[in-house]
Design a protein around this ligand. Sequence first.
Ligand code: 6A9
Length: 767
Amino acid sequence: AAAEWKRWSAAARLVTPHPAPPALPPGSTGPLASPQRFWGTYRPHVYFGMKTRSPRALVTGLMWLRQSEGGGGLRHTCEQSDGLSRYGWLMHDGENFGVQEIRDGDLSLKTEFVKRPGGEHGGDWSWRVTARTEGAGGPAPLLSLFFYVATDGQGTLRPHLENGTRLAAVTGTTEELGDFTLTFLRPTAGSGEDPKYASYHYLEAASPGLHRLTEVVRSSLSDRFVFAPPGRPRRRFFAVDAFRGLPGEAPRGRLLLHQVTLEPPSTAEVTFESGSAAGRPGRLAGAALSAALGRHAAAFERRFEETFGLGRKGFPPAQRRFAQAALSELLGGLGYFHGRSLVQAPLQERPVPAPEAALFTAVPSRSFFPRGFLWDEGFHQLLLARWDPALSREVVAHWLDLMNAEGWIPREQILGEEARAKVPPEFLLQHSETANPPTLLLALQRLLPAAPPPFLRRLFPRLRAWYDWYNRTQAGPLPLTFRWRGRDPQPERFLNPKTLASGLDDYPRASHPSPEERHLDLRCWMALASRVLAEVAERLGEPAGPYREMERALSDNELLERLHWAPELGAFADYGNHSAAVGLRWQPAAPPAPGRPPSAPRLVREVREAPRPRFVEALGYVSLFPLLLQLLRPDSPRLPAVLAAMRSERQLWTPFGLRSLARDSPLYMRRNTQHDPPYWRGSVWVNINYLALRALSGYAGAEGPQRERAAELYRELRHNLVANLYRQYAESGFLWEHYSDSTGRGQGCHPFAGWSALVVLVMAEDY
Ligand code: 6A9
C-alpha cells in the first residue's frame, strides 16, 4: 500500500501546477488588459486565419479551391503535400498588420490584414485577399474563396443573407468579444472599384470541432453548380451544398461560411467590427483600407531598419526583403494554444492529462510542427526580443507558467484538438524525466537590461524551480557532471540510441546508454543557466552567491578538460559506455514458424566490440559547446584545436555553414534505422551556427592569442551562412529546417522560419 501511495502521489505531483504565483498575473493577457494582442493571426497552421487569445476562441479563416482541381484541391491548413511553390508573411509586425504572399500553381494570392483599436474587446480588423493568375491567355480558371467564422464551445452566430444565397454579414456574440459584426464585401476586379461578376454560396453547419473544419467543407461540396456570366460560356463548378454531418463527434460549435466564385483578377474584403468600438470614422475597407495598409507597411519598413540597420550595413533591397520575410514569418507564426499535455512518468502504467493550460508562443514550422517546442522557443525569442521586448516577455512568462510542482516543463506542447490533429499518437506523450536545453534563459539574458523589475520578480521563483529541477534530475555520475535522461530505450534497435532531450536527437552519444554517461552540452547549458540565474538575482537584490559559485565551478577550464577533453580525438567530447565498432546489418527474412507469420528482412544493430567506459569519438556540434557558450577562456590552450576543427573542410567547415558532425566522424551521414535518415549527423543547422557566430564575435573582441583567427572565421562563416540561406530562399521560396552540407540545399520541413530566422540577427550582427 505504501508503494501504491508513493506512485499515486508522484503521478499527482506530475500534473500539479507549480505553487509559485503565475508569471502572468490573472487577466493580464485578456481583451481589457491587452487589447492590442487580443486578435491576431494566432492560427499558424492555417494559410490565413485569425482568432482571439481565448480558451474557446472565435476563429476566422480562409480556404480556397482552384476549380480545375476538383473538390480534392481544397486548401486550408498548411500542408507540404499541397505543393505550394511559396507562401509566407512578407511583412508582419506581430500585432496590427501583415502581408502574405501565396503561390499555388499559376494562382497568386495576397492576404493582408490590418487591425484598428477601439472599444473594450480588441477592436476591429479588416482583411483583403487579392487573387491573380499568371496564365497564358485562354479563359481564366475559376477560383473559389471560402471565408468562414466558427465558434468553439461558446458564442452565437447569426447569418444575414442577400437574395437567399449571398452571406453578406454575420452578427454574433461570444463571452469575451461581446457583440460583433462580420461583413463580406462584394469582390471587385483587381485594384479597381468596379464590381466583379461572381457566384455566391453559403454554408451553415454544426461544427464537430475546429480540427475538422476542412472535412466539413469538403464533404459539403457538390459539382452540380453552373457559373454563368452574361454572354459567356457556362461552366460547372464545386460549391458548398447541404452539410449532412460527419460520423463520430457531437457538435462543438457553429460554422458559417461564405463562398465566392469568380475569375481572377479580383479583390475581396472582409471587415470585423466590434460592438463596443463606437464612433469609428467609417468602414475600414476600399480606399480607407488601402491607406491603412500603406501606412502600416511604411511604418514596418522604418521600424525594421531602425531595429536591424540592414540598409545602413549596405544589404541590397532583395536581401532586406528576405530578412523582413524571415522575421515576419516568425511573427506570423505566433500561436495561441489551449489544452492539456499528456504526460508519462517512468514507472507509471498510464499517461495522465496535465491541467488545462494556455500557451502563447512562436512555432518552428507552420506546416509540420505548428506548436510550441521548448528549446526552439529560446532561439525564436532571441530574435523577437529585439523586435518587441514586451511581446517576448509575455511568451517567456507563458512558458514558465507551464511548469509543474516538480519544476519540469514538457518539451513539446501539443495543446488543443487542432494541435493534436497534427501529431501521430506515438508522439503525443511527454516524459517527465525528459529535459530540453534551457535556451529561454538566453532570451531572458537579452531581455534583462530593459525588463521591468516586477516582471523579473514574478519570474524568479519559477526560474529557481526550473534550475533546481535540472540540477536534481539531470545530475551526472561525478560532481559537476550532467546527463540527459530519457535516451531511447532498446539500444539494439538503433545504430545509436537517440537523445531527444538534448534537442540534437540522433547526434552520436555513447553507444550504450548508462548512468556513467556525462554529456558535455548539458554541462555547458548548466553553466549558462547558473550565469543567467545569478544575473537575475543580482538585478533583484536577491542572493546570487550560489549561482555565481556554480557558474565559476562549471566554467573552470581545468576541470572541464579533465572531464571532457578527449586526447585521442583532440577535441571536447561526451564520456560513457561506448563501443566504436557498431554497425547496422540486414537481418534476413525469417521463414514462417508455427503461430508466427514470416518476417521481412530488417536492419539490426551489430556490436562487434564490447563497449567500455571511454570518450565518444564524435566530433561535431557537441564538441563545440565550450566555445559556443563562451566558457572556454580566450587564452585557453584548447581554443586553437577547436577553431581548427571548425575551419577544417574534412571536419566541420562547409561553404554553407558549420556542419553538425565532422565528415571524418564514424557516424557522419549514417542512417539510425531503416526508417531514420541522418538528421544531426552532417546537416547545417542555423541555431548552432548562430551560437558559433555569436561566440566567434566574442572571441574576436577579447584579448587573446586567437583573436585574429576568430575574427577571420567569423567573417567567413557569416558570409557563407547568409549567402546560402538567401540563395535557397530565392530559389525555393522558403526558409528550411536545416541545410545540406554538400549542396547547401534546404532540407527537412518547410517553411521553417523557427530558428532559421536567426539569419536576421546574423545579418544585423546582433548577438
Ligand atoms: C514529429 C511528426 C506531421 C526536431 O523543431 C522542433 C524539433 C527540435 O526541437 C529538435 O531539436 N524538431 C529537432 O531535432 C522537430 C521535431 C518534430 C517531432 C514531432 C511528429 C508530425 O508529422
